[in-house]
Design a protein. Structure first.
Length: 311
């Protein structure tokens, strides 16, 4: 898979079978759309391509209150590469000028001139262009390529969507979110230096950088983390840590079980398996430590049970 940031014209790429969207989280609905795109591309002798945007248009228009993002661009590209269904990913910068591009200009300039689109597969609710005036009908009327709509994908009787995944994560229903995603929800980031309070109370934590201000979930969780030493179990807190700080910034702090190494500057991928509780404020550190001990014990029990089930 090759990824291109901005106008790809200078690379002299071939005509393609294209889908368009944010593909936030690359959930099962996205995966099935890409599988259908690959099938159509094979019939037509075309490579597959995905056009996406950075930042997410909803982030651009929301300004100070952006919606929670399910995956950073790095992880989205990783999910797409792992699926093996996409040959090219085109990442267009979503800014004011792009947001005001008329739908007809988007078709002529981006889809035809820049991406050499021969076939388009879109979601049944897809809209584009200034004031969202572009839709399936406009694309279907363009005789320079074939346009088809992908019907909704149902998972356990529910329409798979990024919005629904966010709702389930916010509610702490990680099992339902995992069913929609096709895998446990994950967050990745580099380990940064923090207050180092955890090591003074017997629970050293990796402070994982969160690239977006508003994560889709918060609380205390059973996790597994991909580290330079392999995949390790642990317990994680994602929130504002109200007992020790008044900050309004979210933090992801992960305590890895039976691990003594140094992971500063390393990238961790944290897989959220089960929510233990909501975040809470405690009157003193002793109460906090006692609760962390209970959380760690519960997390070990959950991981041990999971290991037995998988054996």
């Amino acid at each position: 898979m090759r990824a291109f940031l901005g106008n790809p014209c200078r690379f002299d790429l071939p005509p393609c079978a294209l889908t368009i969207g944010n593909f936030d989280g690359v959930h099962l609905g996205h995966q099935r759309m890409l599988a259908r795109l690959r099938d159509e591309a094979n019939v037509r002798g075309l490579p597959t391509a995905l056009l996406t945007f950075e930042p997410h248009p909803r982030e651009f228009f929301a300004k100070g209150q952006p919606p929670a993002r399910l995956a950073i661009l790095r992880d989205k590209l990783q999910f797409l590469a792992q699926g093996g269904l996409v040959d090219y990913v085109f990442i267009y910068r979503f800014n004011h000028a792009f947001s005001r591009m008329a739908a007809e200009d988007f078709v002529q300039q981006v889809l035809l001139q820049e991406l050499k689109t021969s076939y388009v597969l879109i979601g049944d609710d897809f809209q584009f262009g200034a004031d969202r005036k572009g839709n399936f009908g406009l694309l279907q009327n363009c005789r320079d390529f074939v346009t088809e709509a992908m019907p909704s994908v149902l998972v356990a009787g529910e329409r798979a969507s990024s919005t629904l995944v966010r709702e389930r994560l916010a509610a702490g229903d990680l099992d339902s979110a995992a069913r929609l995603l096709g895998r446990p929800y994950q967050v990745s980031g580099k380990v940064m230096h923090g207050q180092k309070l955890g090591r003074t109370i017997g629970f050293p934590t990796a402070n994982v950088h969160l690239p977006h201000r508003f994560p889709p979930l918060e609380g205390v969780f059973v996790v597994q983390a991909d580290t330079p030493a392999g995949r390790l179990g642990g317990v994680a807190s994602l929130g504002k840590n109200p007992t020790v700080t008044d900050s309004q910034h979210y933090k992801l702090e992960v305590h890895l079980f039976d691990f003594q190494g140094d992971v500063y500057g390393q990238r961790l991928t944290v897989h959220f398996l089960h929510k233990l509780r909501d975040e809470a404020r405690y009157d003193d550190l002793n109460e906090l430590v006692a609760q962390i001990e209970r959380d760690a014990a519960s997390a070990r029990t959950y991981l041990n049970s999971l290991q037995r089930d998988q054996a």
